[in-house]
Design a binder for this molecule. Structure first.
Ligand code: CA
Length: 230
């Protein structure tokens, strides 16, 4: 699957240039022309990386960075104006992964993106962070939080654990007994209908949100979290 980059830039020509160039290089992109839209898209689009301009309408790049860092470690590369050294320092201190000085060469942008993505890939496992993200879906087991299309959806712990367990092994089929053992524990006195009930409730929350993934029943076997293109 193509990696997704959120381009936050109010200068339309720069945004368009980055969009065309990165799509040509095989990335998927979305663009946000202001800080408010950036935060909204960050949650619903769940990008793999964010290119973030500093001077923006509605909410500046620093505030956007702060909001992003409050909920995720997604790599962020700041776009700073030439000579604004303090911007770069502030950016890195506030959790930006790198910065690029404007005006830039598109080649440089690509090199920085590659470097940052290489550095951060696998970091989630290393840090033991229990967070999975898919198109319009974030399952965060650290915070026991489910974000569907950018919105927090109240979900009982077992439902969330079940979804997390299935989604952590996309396209793999689990039997009801496996799920009972793994999610509820061996000594749980429930039967396999417990799993069915939880799956049904999860489906009600996730129905029609994305065509990139779904909770599938495998008749006679069990369930899987199916992800397109894997
Ligand atoms: Ca700007």
């Amino acid at each position: 699957m193509a990696q997704k980059i959120l381009i936050v830039e109010d200068e339309a020509n720069i945004a368009q240039l980055l969009h065309l160039y990165l799509e040509k290089e095989g990335y998927e992109t979305e663009t946000a022309p202001d800080g408010g839209k950036a935060v909204e898209l960050f949650r619903s689009y769940t990008p793999d990386l964010v290119l973030l301009d500093i001077m923006l309408p509605v909410m500046d790049g620093w505030s956007v960075l702060k909001k992003i860092r409050a909920e995720s470690k997604t790599p962020v590369i700041m776009l700073t104006a030439k000579g604004e050294l303090s911007d770069r320092v502030t950016g890195l201190e506030n959790g930006a992964d790198d910065y690029i000085v404007k005006p830039f060469e598109t080649k440089e942008v690509l090199a920085r993106i590659h470097a940052v993505l290489r550095r951060t890939v696998g970091e989630e496992e290393v840090s033991g962070e229990k967070r999975l993200s898919f198109d319009k879906l974030v399952i965060n087991l650290d915070a026991y939080e489910l974000l569907v299309d950018g919105k927090r959806v109240d979900t009982p712990p077992k439902e969330l654990e079940l979804l997390y367990y299935l989604a952590s092994a996309p396209n793999r089929v689990f039997t009801r007994n496996q799920l009972l053992d793994e999610v509820w524990g061996f000594d749980y006195f429930g039967d396999s209908r417990t799993v069915d009930v939880h799956i049904k409730r999860l489906r009600e929350k996730l129905e029609g949100i994305s065509d990139q993934w779904s909770l599938k029943t495998v008749w006679g076997v069990g369930y899987k979290f199916e992800v397109a293109g894997l």
